[in-house]
Design a protein around this ligand. Sequence first.
Ligand code: IPE
Ligand code: IPE
Ligand code: MG
Length: 247
Amino acid sequence: MPRHVAIIMDGNGRWARKRLMPRVAGHSRGVEAVRNTIRSCIDRGIPYLTLFAFSSENWRRPADEVSFLMQLFLRSLQKEIERMHANDIRFRVIGELSRFDAPLVKLIRDAEETTANNTTLVVTIAANYGGRWDILQAVEKMLAAKPGKTSNFSESELAAQLALSYGPEPDLFIRTGGEQRISNFLLWQLAYAELYFTNTLWPDFDDAELAKAIDWYQGRERRFGRTSEQLTEASGKEGAAKSSGNA
Ligand code: IPE
Ligand code: IPE
Ligand code: MG
């Protein structure tokens, strides 16, 4: 099972347009897909789920769509936070929150605080998030932490300052809606994720769709730079150690 699933929830607008409805109707339906996906992750024992809800580039959309999305975020959070807490979900938001209205920021911070000690599933929403912004703010924090130091920084020092530093890197990346691009999502952390693309539009994404992605993921050989032979050899040794009781 992947420990961390990260999803670009794309295709809401097209889902609505196909039904001759306004684009924003697709966003509303998308919230249901979020709820179902959270449930599926809990049922499958996946401990980290990260969802791209609004990119730093999405401010370029028509003003009424942006404000609808902000309202939807606020209302959904108000409605769902108690249920998330009751289900032992820890809620986090990553992204540049300074551009959001004060009441929304307060709601987010309160929700994070309320759910801080929950452990069954960590749900992270990426909102006004961009991978490049994240790397840049991490570099600045890393430098500020070591005044005067200008060289010999390690990858782990930088990774520790990334917005998602509290979780493991995603094992499985999913993008719905048919596009095959990263759109400035978790640039640093996707270095070794398995990338799964589906034409299914986000409002149609459900447990069966997640199951397909996980099946595909489980068929991948994750080599991390090694050869296939090395991996076979290592798992052979591990198996032998286990069966002789030395594991
Ligand atoms: C994803 O769906 C949701 C957000 C980016 C907020 P889109 O709104 O991008 O839907 P399409 O890609 O236009 O169909
Ligand atoms: C990516 O979707 C961002 C989110 C899903 C929040 P977009 O629909 O904005 O991506 P592009 O513009 O097609 O790359
Ligand atoms: Mg889109």
